[in-house]
Design a protein around this ligand. Structure first.
Ligand SMILES: Cc1cc2nc3c(=O)[nH]c(=O)nc-3n(C[C@H](O)[C@H](O)[C@H](O)COP(=O)(O)O)c2cc1C
Length: 183
């Protein structure tokens, strides 16, 4: 099984990258690639840029990685109640690629980690509503609030037992989906 773990952040100390990497580590016998938005940094989307120069190579690189995966683990930071600019820019560019959807129906575990109580509820709601219009096949969602209390950075794992069990249960369910196992 090939897993693409996507952190929708460009922070060098991204908590969403820590969460998505941990989630990927829970799946046995998988080939995992972890990416973040620094890997696909592009100029801010602008109509004239697209007309004059076409799509940046990084947008094509992003979808090539999606197409090569059987399972997507996506963890999005919440900025002012919604997507980070870094993620939204990649999303916007990729949505301009003709004759395909962004997520190409690859099964997805959609997550968010946040330092506060709401655990990225705003960005999860935005993505849960919007991604299906872009080929998003969201099988489960998972939110980790109070990241600094609930994640042990030195052990690289969720320290809150209840949240850890919730994630493990969701991953167990996803990892047994036939269409994922077949590939
Ligand atoms: C511009 C900005 C806006 C933010 N807005 C929110 C917010 O609306 N809700 C929230 O829970 N955290 C918010 N935060 C805190 C982020 O959740 C926090 O920076 C987190 O580490 C982002 O995830 P990352 O480390 O994976 O980039 C904001 C941070 C920044 C820099």
């Amino acid at each position: 099984m090939k897993i693409l773990a996507v952190a929708g952040s460009n922070s060098e100390t991204s908590i969403n990258k820590l969460l998505v990497s941990y989630a990927a580590s829970l799946i046995e016998n998988a080939e995992v690639e972890v990416v973040d938005m620094n890997d696909f940094e592009m100029p801010i989307y602008k109509h004239q840029r697209e007309v004059e120069s076409g799509l940046p190579q990084e947008a094509k690189d992003f979808v090539a990685k999606i197409d090569g995966a059987n399972l997507l683990l996506v963890s999005l930071p919440e900025h002012n109640g919604t997507y980070s600019t870094a993620f939204k820019n990649v999303f916007d560019w990729v949505s301009r690629i003709k004759d395909r959807t962004v997520w190409n129906e690859v099964p997805m575990l959609l997550m968010s980690a946040a330092p506060g109580a709401r655990g990225g509820a705003g960005v999860l709601e935005a993505a849960t509503k919007r991604f299906p219009f872009h080929g998003g096949n969201i099988v489960e969602t998972f939110s980790l609030p109070f990241f600094n209390d609930n994640f042990d950075k030195s052990a690289q794992k969720i320290s809150n037992e209840e949240k850890d069990n919730e994630l493990r249960e969701k991953i167990k369910k996803i990892a047994t989906i036939e269409s994922i196992l077949e590939k």
